[in-house]
Design a protein around this ligand. Structure first.
Ligand code: SAH
Length: 466
């Protein structure tokens, strides 16, 4: 079984530092089920490829009583595809040989380990139960370009048709640790065969490796069930915990922080002014179908419901807890039928393309982008401006220049502890212009809140139109 990873990052030989494996020194590792060999078929500054070659010993597996046993008869224990295909054994080998890289740490290149890089993974033989469509459903939402070549069952007997084996290439601009973790979790899911390692601790492993992407993956349920080998009780536990984990931070913490931010801005009732400004833009757009992305506890949704122009209102958020609060506050369960039909809440993430976001004429994204990790902004941009593509987008974010006017805010700190960044007007404007160039939109900027001659308004809003 062969897995190769290539990069064209410059200098590409840095891959050796990220993997903690010297490109000039082939290494072998003994595993309980065979051997893993790591070597570099190419290592130049322009392009470097590392190979992980896994030899699985099926006879040893039976002797050690680790491999598939029982079903399929004795012969199947010795003659099977395990030595040749990517399976949970490859995942174990990945975790053993590239442990540091998988956790995102690198002694020599710590910054690079946190950066998205141009990466290509190639799996020589990947069994795909569910075929190419399922393969795509797993990897495409994570931003990979997938190429798959299906192999015949027997090339000399074409009538037998296709096998379930594919040669697969996955290409993305992503962090190495993300790529390794996605492979670690998803290879056994595609194989959907027996692992010898499913137990309670697998729930922990799945949650740990799924952190940051699994909770909101459109195929989350089937990934979880297959990864945990259809053991209902384990899968249920994992899914419950994944839903709980979706809130970006523990509930009490979030509420406290939201209050801190609210207190800071309350003097201006900035929140109210922001909502009014966004409602005005959405009304002016003439849209009837609108979506509020990162709707939180539903403050804008309430305002939108008051406007009869909006016949189809969708609120989307990654935090299940916030959606529950929104549901209560809007009193959805007791809303008259006609009113109830106008509004829907959707649990989803702005990191993933989502067909359910298509067809909305206008979108709002209020105070959300500053909660996203900067390397992930590109994924968000594609989800909204390339895939969902509403005619109008109203997007707000704090204006960092205004922070000096908040007396209680220590210099150099953000308004909310979960903010990953706060931009000056110039930074925001240049980001927005980039979007226009890449996705064919135009943009205008509106200040929200009292306008200060030196530092501008506390909130900045961009209105994109196409
Ligand atoms: N728009 C609301 C909430 C802003 S707080 C308001 O103005 O009141 C930011 C919100 O973005 C939170 O509810 C958070 O859960 C949500 N969020 C953060 N990351 C997200 C993601 N990747 N996808 C969808 N929502 C996300």
């Amino acid at each position: 079984m062969l897995l190769t990873l290539s990069t064209t990052h410059h200098p590409a030989t840095d891959l050796g530092y990220l993997l903690h494996k010297n490109p000039h020194r082939p290494q072998s590792f003994e595993l309980s089920f065979g051997h893993a060999h790591v070597f570099y078929p190419e290592a130049t500054e322009a392009r470097t490829t590392v190979a992980l070659l896994l030899e699985v010993d099926p006879v040893g597996l039976v002797r050690e009583r680790r491999g598939p046993s029982g079903e399929g008869g004795v012969l199947a224990q010795y003659v099977n595809d395990r030595p040749y295909v990517a399976s949970s054994f490859l995942s174990v080998a990945l975790a053993r040989t590239f442990r540091n890289a998988m956790s995102g740490s690198s002694k020599e290149r710590p910054d690079l380990a946190r950066q998205p890089l141009p990466l290509v993974a190639r799996l020589s033989v990947l069994p795909c139960r569910g075929g190419e469509p399922f393969l795509r459903k797993l990897f495409e939402p994570l931003g990979y370009t997938v190429t798959a070549t299906r192999h015949a069952l027997d090339e000399t007997v074409p009538d037998w048709g296709h096998s379930r084996y594919f040669t697969v290439t996955l290409e993305a601009h992503t962090r190495l640790s993300d790529l390794l973790t996605h492979l670690y979790v998803l290879i056994p899911v595609l194989d959907d065969d027996k692992h010898y390692w499913v137990g309670d601790e697998e729930v922990e492993k799945l949650l740990r490796h799924g952190e940051g992407w699994l909770a909101a993956h459109p195929e989350r349920d089937i990934i979880t069930r297959r990864y945990l080998r259809h053991r209902r009780s384990l899968a249920r536990e994992a899914l419950e915990r994944l839903s709980g984990d979706e809130a970006p931070e523990p509930e009490e913490g979030t509420q406290a922080r939201n209050q801190e931010e609210a207190a800071l801005e309350s003097r201006l009732s900035l929140n109210e002014q922001r909502l009014q400004a966004v409602v005005a833009v959405l009304k002016e757009s003439g849209a009837t179908r609108v979506v509020d992305l990162g709707c939180g506890e539903g403050k804008l949704l309430r305002a939108l419901l008051k406007e009869r122009q909006f016949t189809d209102i969708l609120g989307m958020d990654v935090s299940f807890r916030s959606l529950e609060i929104a549901r209560d506050r809007l009193d959805l369960d007791r809303m008259p039928e006609l009113q109830r039909r106008r509004i829907q809440l959707l649990h989803g993430s702005l990191m993933y393309r989502d067909a359910r976001l298509a067809g909305y004429e206008a979108a709002s994204v209020i105070e959300v982008i500053e909660h996203l990790d900067p390397p992930r902004l590109a994924a968000f941009e594609r989800v909204l401006f390339e895939s969902a593509r509403p005619n109008v987008v109203a997007l707000t974010t704090p204006n960092a220049e205004y922070n000096v006017r908040f007396e209680s805010l220590p210099a150099g700190t953000f308004r909310h502890r979960d903010h990953r960044f706060e931009w000056t007007r110039a930074e925001f404007e240049s980001w927005a212009q980039g979007i226009c160039e890449r996705f064919g939109y135009s943009v205008r900027f509106l200040p929200v809140g009292p306008l200060d001659p030196d530092v501008g308004a506390p909130t900045q809003m961009a209105v994109f139109a196409r």
